[in-house]
Design a protein around this ligand. Structure first.
Ligand code: ADP
Ligand code: MG
Length: 473
């Protein structure tokens, strides 16, 4: 399918993210909420929907929901559990307990690393369903021979986070999900594992002509289980809708299924309306009205959130938005700030954290050692390349940067020695030198590379460039 003309069309995206809350037990019973296990072993009478079993609300799930709501700048409010009625074999009660018109968290927002603000309509509590596995016929229900039902997951607490249709492209949609995941993990509400289904994304996509006042008709895409699929599904679906409209047809509101193998979305069912579910307040549960003091206590205990950490770092280093976001994402901001406090140059600290500290163990670096390495570099005792080598060793084994540098024989090169090498290269490569003098900056790399070869990487690239420039005069 062709890619769409973005001068003419605008893509509108709103995401519904389901996060499994990291509780020990289920939302309304004491059965374990642990992932996996032999099928149908994490169950109890309530999970099975046996007559006479009654739900008892898990207060830890409520606390986790409130943590997320506060982190998403929502209002935490009085809420009501409702029955959402529908039949499916992986849900023996024949209804799902969810929150409908009164969700626990309402009207918040999430700030993306780019600074973009995405509205959050609500984040409500509900229970997860079990899992059906369709056997035969390619694993789809339509032509399966039989199906297996595992109720281990049924009743595990979920938080459904409904985003407003504020996203305009696949990249922002991916950024929204990863930011949301970072927030969920930061507040300890979820492990955020998309591959284990702890985080599941339903994606609503519509298109409209630029300047149109109304949104177009949306389709909801299910079964997206990675950020990569999310981006691909959005691009495919937007193009499909534009093609429909261009050929004089209309987009029909539908639930569609993303197929990773053929890279397309497929019709799953026409969209149910709220009326179909016959929502009504669950008579087995009372309304949930969290004590404001409790909410304030939870707020006070929240950790610093990713957006706040980005702002804090950016204020100190002034690096690019991308660098700051990457450093926070890698959990290196505390290290960087401590190294800067210990006197290291902020620019060099950011450069190292961005380019040379992708190793997970970098988080355990000793800030003082990191700072003294950076100081050796800015004092001219180490070249950038040497500093990188010493840093890798520091991450690997720890220790003292000065001793590591000495052990590797990294001593600052004598200027006259470097001059001799550069002059020798200039006379050995007259053609390249002429091009350099004519202003062809690309040959700089050639000369620097030759010097590095001759010195075993000991020379400072910047010093070499400066020398080359001084020789053109
Ligand atoms: P439903 O209950 O049918 O899922 P909601 O009103 O809760 O409907 O909206 C679900 C999601 O659809 C929200 O995340 C919202 O941002 C998104 N959405 C609503 N309208 C549009 C639209 N025209 N285009 C894209 N997304 C939309
Ligand atoms: Mg919905």
């Amino acid at each position: 399918m062709s890619s769409i003309d973005l001068d003419r069309w605008e893509v509108v995206i709103g995401l519904e993210v389901h996060a499994e809350l990291a509780t020990r037990t289920k939302l309304f019973s004491a059965a374990t909420a642990e992932f996996g296990g032999e099928p149908n072993t994490h169950i109890d009478p309530l999970t099975l929907g046996l007559p006479g079993s009654l739900p008892v609300l898990n207060s830890h799930a409520v606390e986790l929901a409130i943590r997320v709501g506060l982190a998403l700048n929502c209002t935490v409010q009085r809420s009501v559990f409702a029955r959402k009625n529908y039949f499916y074999p992986d849900q023996p009660k024949n209804y799902q307990i969810s929150q409908y018109d009164l969700p626990i968290n309402a009207d918040g927002f999430l700030e993306l690393p780019s600074g973009k603000i995405v509205g959050v309509e609500r984040a409500h509590l509900e229970e997860d369903t079990g899992k059906s596995t369709h056997i035969g016929g390619g694993g789809r229900i339509h032509d399966a021979q039989y199906s297996l039902v595992d109720l281990n997951r049924a009743g595990v607490p979920l938080l459904e986070i409904v985003g407003r249709p504020d996203l305009r492209n696949a990249e922002d949609a991916r950024a929204y999900v990863s930011e949301l995941r970072a927030v969920l993990v930061a507040v300890g509400a979820s492990d955020g594992k998309m591959e284990e289904g702890s985080l599941r994304v339903d994606c609503n996509v519509s298109v409209r002509e630029r300047g149109a006042a109304e949104f177009g008709t949306r389709c909801e895409i299910k079964n997206i289980n990675s950020l990569r699929s999310l981006g691909r599904a959005i691009d495919y679906e937007a193009a499909r809708q534009v093609d429909l409209i261009d050929s004089g047809e209309r987009v029909v509101q539908q639930t569609r299924h993303w197929n990773e193998d053929d890279g397309r979305t497929h019709t799953l069912r026409s969209k149910e309306g709220a009326d179909d579910y016959r929502y009504f307040p669950d008579p087995d549960l009372i309304e949930l009205d969290p004590d404001p003091e409790w909410v304030e206590r939870i707020r006070a205990e929240l950790p610093l959130l990713p957006a706040e950490r980005r702002h804090r770092l950016a204020e100190r280093v002034g690096g690019s938005t991308e660098a700051v976001a990457l450093i926070v994402d890698r959990g290196l901001d505390v290290l960087c700030l401590a190294a800067i406090d210990a006197g290291a140059d902020a620019g060099r600290v950011v450069t190292h954290a961005e380019h040379n500290l992708s190793d997970e163990r970098a988080r355990d670096l000793d800030p003082a050692a990191f700072a003294s390495l950076v100081r050796m570099e800015t004092d001219g005792a180490l070249t950038a390349t040497q500093a990188k080598t010493v840093l890798a060793e520091l991450v690997e084994r720890g220790g003292d940067p000065a001793s590591i540098a000495a052990a590797k024989g990294f001593e600052a090169m004598d200027t006259s020695e470097l001059e001799g090498i550069v002059d020798g290269l200039i006379s050995a490569h007259p053609d390249e030198w002429q091009r350099f003098c004519d202003g062809d900056v690309k040959v700089t790399g050639f000369f620097v590379g030759q010097v590095m070869k001759a010195t075993g990487g000991k020379a400072d690239g910047k010093a070499v460039t400066a020398l080359l420039n001084s020789r053109t005069a």
